[in-house]
Write a protein of this length. Structure first.
Length: 97
């Protein structure tokens, strides 16, 4: 969902990303990359943020390696307000419920 949110924001759309974020290095890097482009509404997490590493061969993706099994613990009032005011919502949970 972060890539989709980034691409939409880079294309000039007003984007708010509601997502689980921990305090680890991957989450800090994600914040650093996304915050200039969009509004980020973090959800508290248990465990680590999910990291996806795409392996390329001759410029084409051949496999994706996933690391991290964290889950968002609960919705916040800020997240509820963002969803209530959204014109469109993209849901992506990779089977984590």
């Amino acid at each position: 969902a972060a890539l989709t949110a980034y691409l939409a924001a880079r294309d000039g759309r007003d984007v708010t990303l509601v997502t689980g974020l921990d305090d680890g290095p991957a989450a800090r890097e994600l914040r650093r990359l996304l915050e200039p482009w969009l509004t980020l509404v973090p959800l508290p997490m248990s465990g680590e943020i999910s990291e996806k590493t795409r392996v390329l061969a001759q410029g084409r993706p051949v496999v994706r390696l996933d690391h991290g099994s964290g889950r968002a613990r609960r919705a916040t009032e800020e997240a509820r307000a963002a969803l209530a005011g959204a014109a469109a919502v993209l849901v992506s949970d990779y089977g984590r419920g």
